[in-house]
Design a protein around this ligand. Sequence first.
Ligand SMILES: *[C@@H]1O[C@H](CO)[C@@H](O)[C@H](O)[C@H]1NC(C)=O
Ligand SMILES: *[C@@H]1O[C@H](CO)[C@@H](O)[C@H](O)[C@H]1NC(C)=O
Ligand SMILES: *[C@@H]1O[C@H](CO)[C@@H](O)[C@H](O)[C@H]1NC(C)=O
Ligand SMILES: *[C@@H]1O[C@H](CO)[C@@H](O)[C@H](O)[C@H]1NC(C)=O
Ligand SMILES: *[C@@H]1O[C@H](CO)[C@@H](O)[C@H](O)[C@H]1NC(C)=O
Ligand SMILES: CC(=O)N[C@H]1CO[C@H](CO)[C@@H](O)[C@@H]1O
Length: 515
Amino acid sequence: MRYDLYLCLFLCAYTAECARILGVFPVLSISHQIIFQPIWKELSSRGHNVTVITPNPLNDVFSPNLTEIDVSSSAKRCVDNTDIIKKLDTTQSLFAKIMFSYHFLDYLITKELEQEEVSRLINSSETFDLILLQVIGIQPLVFGFGGKYRSPIIGISTLQVFLHTHDTLGNPTHALVTPDVMLGFEGDLTFANKVESLLFNIWYRMLYYWYALPSADKVARKYFGEDIPYLGDIERNTSLLLVNSNPIMHGVRPNVPNVIEINQIHIKKKKPLPEDIRKYLDSSPQGIVYFSLGSNVKSANLTESTRNVIIQAMAELPYKVIWKWETDYLPGKPDNVMIRKWLPQQDVLGHPHIKVFVTQGGMQSIEESITNGVPMVGLPFITDQPTNVRRFTELEMGLGLDYRTMNKEQLRDAIIEVAENKKYKDQVNKSKMILADQPMKGIEKAVWWIEYVLRHKGAKHLRSAAADMSFYEYFMIDVICFLFVCISLSIYATVKLCCLIVWLARKPRSKVKSN
Ligand SMILES: *[C@@H]1O[C@H](CO)[C@@H](O)[C@H](O)[C@H]1NC(C)=O
Ligand SMILES: *[C@@H]1O[C@H](CO)[C@@H](O)[C@H](O)[C@H]1NC(C)=O
Ligand SMILES: *[C@@H]1O[C@H](CO)[C@@H](O)[C@H](O)[C@H]1NC(C)=O
Ligand SMILES: *[C@@H]1O[C@H](CO)[C@@H](O)[C@H](O)[C@H]1NC(C)=O
Ligand SMILES: *[C@@H]1O[C@H](CO)[C@@H](O)[C@H](O)[C@H]1NC(C)=O
Ligand SMILES: CC(=O)N[C@H]1CO[C@H](CO)[C@@H](O)[C@@H]1O
């Protein structure tokens, strides 16, 4: 018993601290969870006792220091009850998309909080030294965990974060320099864009601070107890934010020192391909097109007309095609197409015969494509996908098409153009070299910063003064008003003084006259 204790003490000293860490990653979407999974796995193998709430557990029997609370049953029920792809489709208005994602995340997280294992954890007297929270869109409810355990909070986001998350850390959000990701425009803005961006910045904050946050605070009290601080104050207490941000795809933005950009977290070491797939790829030196719409958008759920356009285009390609198709049967499957319900995407992209990746344009897929030097054809569907595709088209790493309006010739020609014109491959190669040239790997960086916050019990010393300023202080509205009043008063006083002088100067003369 004694020895165990000494051993544990020794190990704790050795690994900086064997901390008790709670991770809350509520969103059911493997393309997001593959960013978090390596982080929680690495932390546990470094000796921390990690508990995570996730709908995508690793179920790894070799991780004894890891406790995963599987909330997939609650999450699946929410997802099945909602037509997410339609609600977040590019044809929906910005307002509709934002309101939908707010209500959906609220619904999802509430259902997960109600799940028995989660409820039991919240009711128990467990303590944690650090809370890791998934930051995505508008979901202030998860910050209830921070209020419950009163320990330092680290936010981790797989996407560019929304305005209010920048606010919590005092990160600058200039309407023109860094327009919000939901607006979908970057680079040179038109005048109309500028007006829209500024109005959005104001409208969004009104929505968040006056509506979303107060209503989430009421809900949080129900689940985490009445004694938690105001949800907005807990959120403002965030020590550090890790943002999955790709320097090629996202461009640059100014960040305060406690906003850390990480990338390529989910890039794995190459593994051998399954035998049948390897044979197929090896036997196709004329080139192969890899087609996958990712994990959220299902190829099998495309409308019949879109599917037919794709099938006809594929049939006319001078290459073979390997398609992630989620059912056993693809009606009208051309001979040059192989379908699989699931594919080891990174290893497929790493095969030298792959010429083009036809993708929905999710950030993780694009990152995998760049790391493997494969140019892309983008068919964007939801959220950030149109922006991502526009961006890689601008960078000449591929071409983009609108899946609703494209015809078979356009798709076929785009694929052939990207496969045969060397400029796309060269651009991807350039980006690949830039991405590879970093001081440390994404996962190492993430874990280093998480342990940094543990070692210093927060990161108050990195906190920008802007994080604690109110809106009017940050924009110096009080100072500007004060100066305006001062200047107005002095102008008024000067004018009055001049009048007085003129009047005085005239007065004796008039006296003289009257005399
Ligand atoms: C579990 O944590 C201990 C220290 O608490 C560490 O020595 C061990 O390597 C960890 N085990 C695994 C498999 O990660
Ligand atoms: C980690 O914490 C959980 C929950 O408190 C506990 O049941 C478990 O024994 C701990 N694991 C280790 C390896 O200390
Ligand atoms: C946790 O506590 C709440 C309120 O105190 C209660 O409604 C809920 O049933 C408890 N959950 C579990 C799993 O005991
Ligand atoms: C802020 O975080 C610290 C730990 O870093 C904690 O002690 C404090 O209670 C938190 N305050 C609020 C309002 O959540
Ligand atoms: C990619 O670029 C690097 C240097 O920029 C070059 O050395 C390499 O040969 C290129 N590879 C391909 C496949 O073009
Ligand atoms: C393969 C696949 O995901 N099919 C889904 C298509 O959408 C319907 C409902 O919209 C689901 O029931 C199917 O499972």
